[in-house]
Design a protein around this ligand. Structure first.
Ligand code: UT7
Length: 333
């Protein structure tokens, strides 16, 4: 039996900074409302040269360099995104081509905000069983092109941002380190509470109508914000406690919690429920907004770069989002 260790981390965010004040110029909102309800000060939006898979490639190159392996040595790509470059094929193969990897498997994961933890878990299973020695796990998103900046979508438009993050996993024989366990859940009962319904293969021709494209139309994400918020705080705590219990660990054993950056108020509610001090919870939503599948690897990389993660630390990742899906991972660094 093997374990997977995170051997390298990287992230890429587009250079275009969009502050709350910039949003006020194009939509009906205020800096004060956004800060009070979400904690977000600014986010990044892609420029023309950025694509979902090119951002993923940038993040991956940093992670690979830090892990000391070349793209040619990679054995598996697991790619999480809710905003893929194409309807099909998935962005995983575009990343395989961009990085000039061998003809390795490229698996796309559709678990939205929980996508990175799901992807990490998938890669971990392949490494645990000895099938592969290393894997690239990526979360990448472009939200800015698909948001409804009218009053119908303003509660969603202000929270999302663009970016990518990546982790390289390597096999280790040391069972005391690496990914201790992952815990994945879903409940499709609430699938439409946070969703993007079009374009859809369930739509009869003509598959695209003027109505779909107009403000409030189904080409834009919908979200019952308060309902999602309530479920998120509950599920985040549940899945963190589940991970601790599975490893006979306690909340006090966590050295750093890196939650999916959904809303600063959600992170603060989880922190309060668990009784964790500020120093043990990493947040960067203030700078990047909610980048769904990319938010955990971006935050994890920044936490590592800032020296907030040392060898031997117990790091907990946790996520909740559209689906609903929710997930956690416990990692001994
Ligand atoms: O990523 C994982 C999944 N996503 C989440 O976890 C997000 C969970 N939900 C949330 O974070 C929050 O629900 C939001 C930040 C999205 C919204 O905050 P809220 O406190 O739940 O606001 P709300 O949607 O209930 O709206 C409250 C008021 C409404 O006005 P009235 O009806 O009270 O007059 C909205 O029209 O705020 C208004 N509003 C806004 N005002 C200014 C909604 N969006 C905006 C806006 N600017 N952008």
């Amino acid at each position: 039996m093997k374990r997977s260790k995170i051997a390298g981390l990287g992230y890429y965010v587009p250079s275009r900074v969009v502050t709350n004040h910039d949003l006020v110029q194009i939509m009906n909102t205020t800096h004060e409302w956004i800060v009070e309800r979400t904690g977000i000060l600014e986010r990044r939006y892609v420029s023309e040269e950025d694509k979902n898979y090119t951002m993923a490639a940038q993040a991956s190159k940093t992670a690979l360099e830090r892990a000391g392996i070349s793209p040619y040595e990679l054995e598996l790509i697991v790619y999480a995104t809710l905003s893929p470059d194409y309807q099909f094929p998935g962005s995983g193969v575009l990343l395989q081509r961009e990085l000039k990897c061998r003809t390795i498997p490229a698996i796309d994961i559709r678990a939205q905000c929980s996508g990175f933890v799901y992807a990490l878990s998938v890669a971990d299973q392949f490494i645990r069983t000895g099938m592969y020695q290393n894997a690239l796990v990526v979360g990448s998103e472009i939200h800015s092109y698909g948001l409804d900046y009218s009053d119908y979508g303003r509660h969603i438009a202000v929270i999302f941002g663009d970016g990518a993050g990546a982790a390289v996993l390597k096999a280790t024989d040391n069972l005391q380190e690496g990914i201790l366990s992952t815990h994945l859940h879903s409940d499709g009962e609430f699938a439409e509470k946070l969703a993007l319904l079009s374009p859809s293969f369930s739509c009869k021709p003509p598959r695209i109508t003027e109505e779909m494209l107009s403000p409030g139309g189904s080409f834009y994400p919908v979200m019952d914000g308060p309902f999602v918020f309530k479920n998120a705080t509950q599920r985040f705590c549940e899945v963190i406690l589940e991970a601790l219990q599975a490893n006979q660990l306690r909340v006090e054993d966590i050295d750093l919690l890196v939650p999916h950056q959904a809303n600063l108020r959600i992170s603060q509610a989880i922190q309060k429920q668990l009784g964790l001090p500020d120093s043990k919870v990493f947040n960067n939503i203030q700078k990047y907004g909610n980048t769904t599948a990319a938010s955990i690897p971006i935050a994890l990389t920044e936490a590592w770069e800032a020296g907030n993660i040392k060898d031997g630390d117990l790091v907990c990742l946790a996520a909740f989002g559209s689906g609903f899906t929710w997930a956690s991972a416990l990692i001994r660094w």
